[in-house]
Design a binder for this molecule. Structure first.
Ligand SMILES: NC(=O)c1ccc[n+]([C@@H]2O[C@H](COP(=O)([O-])OP(=O)(O)OC[C@H]3O[C@@H](n4cnc5c(N)ncnc54)[C@H](OP(=O)(O)O)[C@@H]3O)[C@@H](O)[C@H]2O)c1
Length: 346
């Protein structure tokens, strides 16, 4: 292994010269270097776009899904889906801290990583359980966090399951908090999903009573969940991949107007045009979805002469973890929804 680097380049096997996220293969030897943290991993929270791709590629066959995950990690030394390019994050316990690292951590602490699995060296001995509805897998394995890798300790007032699930998408509501202004109209695609409900709640907070929050669902399956939060003025049920149908639906419920801000929280490809088409030319589109194509967004916007600002959904923004957890603390309906979806059933 090369000289330890803060960004983890010492673990890049190929191609030479890139940072770990862009690498095809990482060295996942589980020997903790002086600037690394070694973690005993309990659960992987696989990114929704990646998990959905794996589900679809295996016809939802659990054994085939487990095998596919094992193969990706064996081949790449990290859980980075080769089709979506995305990763996820993990929950685990600190096993060892490199001697050059001085952190507010000790061996035995439980943490969730706030950097993507797509750059995290990982070794899986066995998959213990696959949780189809939560995009999570319990494993027996280990991972390495680099010197620049951020993490969150499990707070005493929230369960590790809720923390793992919420922090996976913490970047989304934190960006909404920056983007949505009082009185804005906001369209949320995938509003019933994990990031969607957090964004809908945060959008309501920012836009206030004079704003308008429109939640889009692909089917009625999550309608009652979204309604229970009482944050959307309108909920429309339509496939986000169908731009013209969404166009007519949004104009119908929004006084024939496009919206100021669109937040894309879906987990399937081909929703760029819908996001752009429904946003005012002076508005903002936030693409949190990992299934977003730069080419489709850029050429789509040009094609309808829209100069809406388009933002790539950076998973990190300062204070994002605390903001996401505070939403669960302040909203009982949101907390209850997360408990229903992400706490293990007895
Ligand atoms: N930028 C980042 O750093 C980052 C970090 C984490 C995750 N992500 C990405 O953010 C996105 C959302 O993640 P999540 O964890 O919130 O996922 P999630 O809980 O699985 O939610 C995704 C939602 O999209 C909906 N959806 C799927 N197809 C649709 C369609 N054709 N039309 C309308 N809605 C549709 C799903 O509805 P149904 O279930 O009813 O189909 C689901 O509610 C994913 O693409 C994920 O990869 C990005």
């Amino acid at each position: 292994m090369n000289k330890p680097c803060p960004y983890g380049t010492h673990r890049v096997i190929s191609p030479v010269g890139v940072l770990p996220q862009a690498a095809d293969v990482l060295d996942n030897t589980m020997i903790c270097q002086d600037n690394e943290i070694l973690i005993d991993v309990q659960t992987l929270n696989i990114d929704s776009a990646s998990f959905t791709q794996i589900k679809n590629a295996t016809n939802k066959d659990e054994e085939a899904m487990k095998q596919m995950i094992m193969e990706i990690v064996k081949k790449r030394g990290k859980m980075q889906n080769p089709v979506t390019g995305s990763g996820g994050m993990l929950l685990g316990r600190i096993k060892q801290i490199g001697k050059n690292l001085h952190r507010d951590l000790k061996v035995g602490d439980k943490i969730v990583t706030l950097v993507s699995l797509s750059l995290t060296p990982l070794k899986i001995k066995a998959i213990k359980a696959l949780h189809m509805e939560k995009d999570q897998v319990d494993i027996d394995g280990q991972a390495i966090l680099f010197e620049t890798g951020i993490y969150a300790k499990i707070p005493s007032d929230l369960s590790e399951h809720l923390v793992l699930s919420a922090l996976d998408v913490a970047g989304a509501p934190a960006q909404v908090a920056k983007l949505v202004k009082k009185g804005d109209s906001v369209l949320i695609l995938g509003a019933g999903g994990k990031s969607g409900v957090l964004c809908a709640y945060q959008a309501r907070k920012n836009a206030g009573p004079t704003g308008k929050i429109i939640g889009l669902l692909s089917n009625p399956g999550k309608l009652e969940d979204l309604k229970s939060l009482n944050v959307c003025d309108e909920i429309i049920i339509v496939d986000a991949r169908d731009p013209m149908t969404v166009y007519h639906e949004v104009l119908r419920v929004n006084n024939n107007q496009k919206v100021d801000v669109t937040i894309n929280c879906v987990n399937v490809p081909n929703t760029e045009m819908t996001s752009i088409l429904l946003t005012k030319p002076t508005g903002t589109v936030y693409f949190f979805s990992m299934a977003t194509s730069f080419t489709k967004a850029a050429l789509g916007a040009e094609g309808i002469a829209s100069e809406a600002v388009m933002i790539i959904g950076n998973g990190y923004t300062a204070g994002h973890a605390e903001l996401a957890l505070n939403l669960l603390r302040e909203s009982k309906p949101l907390f209850d929804l997360f408990v229903k979806r992400y706490e293990p059933k007895e």
